[in-house]
Design a protein around this ligand. Structure first.
Ligand code: UDP
Length: 244
């Protein structure tokens, strides 16, 4: 018997790059499949799962703008890239038997549903995975901000930001061997120290609405299951005393 979950509803943020695996762009089907299996397993023990997936493996607005494209058009392209990733993840989840809905912040309803908060909550209550696509629907934002926003809107117990490292460090641990690991910190510490956690808009939203954030490596097999069963994994960001 698996331990009961300590979270009722989570919002998991995956970057587009997470879907690339070892490729230089696009989507690695084996990575999608592995993530889908792990997400389905936590749904099976009763955790309601919302997902926000970035688009950086396909188009990142700021990069296109630097190449000379109009910034707003570039961001529209970036948001559409997140829809492509969401559809791929939906397919992977349904292949492992998990009913899934994609809900887009931009109207594209021959492809997926529009984002309607009450409907999203209903899907979650029914055990469907819900993928929130097209970011916030606005240019100049990121999918990190979309993840904070949706987590708050659907009243998730926890926002999880998936990274390639184990959590938040004082510097990039891949470049600096002396980088120290933080198991706890406040949003203000992350903002003041400009640590590479999430963008400032996303952190401020979490801080102002007391949304707990866990930064962790979900690409370590089984880590997300251990987390939802109460293990202290990665870095926990919250308000107040970081040691509490
Ligand atoms: N984007 C946007 N508004 C949003 C979310 C995303 O305009 O609310 C665009 C933006 O151009 C961004 C791209 O979509 O660069 C892909 O999202 P992001 O860079 O957050 O993806 P990730 O880095 O997580 O893969």
């Amino acid at each position: 018997m698996s331990n009961p979950p300590v979270y009722r509803r989570i919002l998991l943020k995956l970057s587009g790059e997470a879907l690339m695996g070892s490729q230089s762009s696009g989507i690695d089907a084996s990575v999608l499949q592995r993530l889908a299996v792990e997400i389905d397993e936590i749904c099976k023990i009763g955790v309601q799962v919302g997902l926000v997936i970035g688009g950086g493996n396909i188009v990142r607005g700021a990069t296109k703008a630097a190449e000379g494209l109009d910034r707003v058009t570039s961001d529209h392209m970036g948001m559409l890239a997140t829809v492509i990733n969401a559809l791929a993840m939906q397919d992977a989840l349904e292949q492992v038997g998990r009913p899934t809905r994609v809900m887009s912040a931009l109207k594209i309803n021959q492809v997926c549903e529009d984002y309607i908060r009450r409907r999203a909550v209903r899907h979650l209550e029914k055990g469907r995975a819900v993928i929130f696509a097209a970011g916030t629907g606005n240019p100049f934002f990121t999918t990190d901000s979309a993840a904070s926003l949706r987590a708050i809107e659907v009243d998730a117990d926890l926002l999880i930001k998936a990274t390639k490292v184990d959590g938040v460090y004082s510097a990039d641990p891949k470049k600096d061997p002396d980088a120290s690991f933080y198991s706890r910190m406040t949003f203000d510490q992350a903002l003041d120290q400009r640590l590479d956690v999430m963008d400032a808009t996303a952190l401020v939203l979490c801080r102002d609405h007391a949304m707990q954030l866990r930064v962790m490596n979900i690409f370590e097999a089984g880590a997300i299951m251990r987390l939802v069963q109460g293990e202290d994994i990665g870095t926990l960001l919250q308000n107040g005393n970081p040691e509490a």
